[in-house]
Design a protein around this ligand. Structure first.
Ligand code: COA
Length: 385
């Protein structure tokens, strides 16, 4: 079978964040609860002129050259915080990136799982058409009610990757283990701006889905636990991944070794939850910060989307994969950010909401090339600066 997988990968996060120490101080909470109990230090916060489209365009623009653009036959946009109930966010990005019109561009949704659905669909596509490429973008803004327990697990970000035959970074292995179950652990009815979440129940269901997806992975002929050199998990907050790895180690009668997952937590700890993008931010974190050379050494990935769908699969870093990573750019994006005061954060949390159709101009805040200039006649006006 033809080898398919990730040829290039990049992420983008907004230039502003709320330090969780600031949130803890404001709410009179011991900062150790967020640092150790939740496992987060910062949450990325979008400016009013940033959304899933602008972050997606920023992430994707960093990896595409002229040849890639010409070869892209499909754009798959994974999000659960889309900006329209009908039009796909992918068409805005398609236009902003100047991609060929002979291309399909769609949006996929299943809570935090849809990035993995997009990746698997993309691998299938390039198996049939090995001379073409698929651009996958996972982009989300995680925003919970103020003063709720989930507030500390907000975040925002986008990850873009190019899926091709004979990829330079990672081969995605064909075996995967899946699990689906109709549950209400986290959901957002159409009339709500913030999701409803039963956090403790969701944590329990996540762990149950991991166990079931792993069993299916093993039954399908997947790799043994001790063959996997690193593990990346969906990360609503990094402590969740720590719990996940402890359980998976126990399930396989293996020692719980933090070195097997710690590199995959580093970036997420500073960004917070970015839903569909979270697992892939963890993947970038692992590839870019693991001390060991992982060439030819399979790594395990676990994807979970509330509601719920889960999948366990493996990827193999290719020869010289480190040369294809954008490590310096990504470290710069994380380091070159401004901390918000609590009042500034509140101001950004309450985004403009022109439901009556009134024209709205967005104040300049985005640090990237792409921004939402305003909304006019219910139409979002994007610009590239
Ligand atoms: N020092 C260290 N740890 C502390 C602490 C302190 N001072 N205070 C509390 N903790 C620990 C608690 O013991 C608990 O640890 P445990 O998970 O091992 O039991 C942890 O911090 C969380 O605190 P807790 O009070 O139990 O939870 P909470 O009511 O603050 O809610 C979540 C935490 C994660 C449930 C909540 O943030 C949430 O719902 N987040 C959204 C989850 C989500 O996104 N799910 C859907 C996608 S998978």
């Amino acid at each position: 079978m033809i080898k398919t997988g990730i040829d290039k990968i990049s992420f983008y996060v907004p230039g502003t964040y709320l330090a969780l120490d600031t949130l803890a101080e404001q709410h009179g909470i011991d900062p150790a609860k967020f640092a150790a109990g939740i496992g987060q230090s910062k949450i990325a916060v979008c400016n009013h002129d940033e959304d899933v489209v602008t972050m997606a365009a920023e992430a994707a623009a960093a990896i595409l050259d002229i040849e890639d653009r010409a070869a892209i036959a499909t754009v798959l946009f994974a999000t659960e915080t889309g900006i329209d109930q009908s039009t796909a966010a992918s068409v805005y990005v398609h236009k902003k990136l100047d991609l060929p019109s002979r291309c399909r561009a769609v949006e996929l949704k299943h809570a935090c799982y849809s990035g993995t659905a997009a990746l698997q669909l993309a691998c299938g596509h390039v198996t049939r058409k090995p001379d073409r490429k698929v651009l996958v973008i996972a982009s989300d803004v995680s925003r919970y009610d103020l003063d709720s327990p989930a507030e500390a697990t907000q975040g925002a970000g986008a990850v873009a990757f190019l899926v091709s035959a004979n990829p330079r970074l990672l081969e995605i292995e064909p075996v995967s283990g899946c699990y689906s179950e109709d549950i209400m652990d986290f959901w957002r009815p159409n009339y709500r701006k913030t999701p409803l979440v039963d956090g403790k129940y969701s944590t329990m269901k996540y762990l149950g889905a991991l166990s079931a997806a792993w069993e299916d992975y093993a039954d399908q002929g997947g790799r043994a636990f001790n063959e996997l050199a690193q593990f990346c998990y969906h990360i609503p907050f990094t402590r969740m991944a720590i719990k996940a790895h402890k359980q998976l180690s126990h399930q396989n009668q293996a020692q719980n070794d933090p070195n097997l997952y710690e590199p995959g937590l580093r970036y997420n700890r500073e960004v917070g939850n970015c839903y569909a993008a979270s697992l892939y931010l963890s993947l970038v974190s692992m590839l870019e910060t693991a001390e060991a050379d992982l060439t030819g050494r399979p790594v395990g990935l676990f994807s979970y989307g509330s509601g719920a769908v889960a999948e366990f699969f493996a990827a193999v870093p290719q020869a010289d994969y480190r040369a294809g990573l954008l490590t310096e750019r990504h470290r710069g994006l994380l380091d070159d950010r401004r901390a918000l005061s609590y009042d500034e954060y509140l101001g950004l949390w309450h985004a403009p909401d022109p439901q009556d159709g009134s024209a709205t101009t967005m104040r300049q805040g985005a640090r990237g090339r792409f921004r939402l200039a305003g909304i006019e006649d219910h139409k979002r006006q994007y610009e590239a600066v």
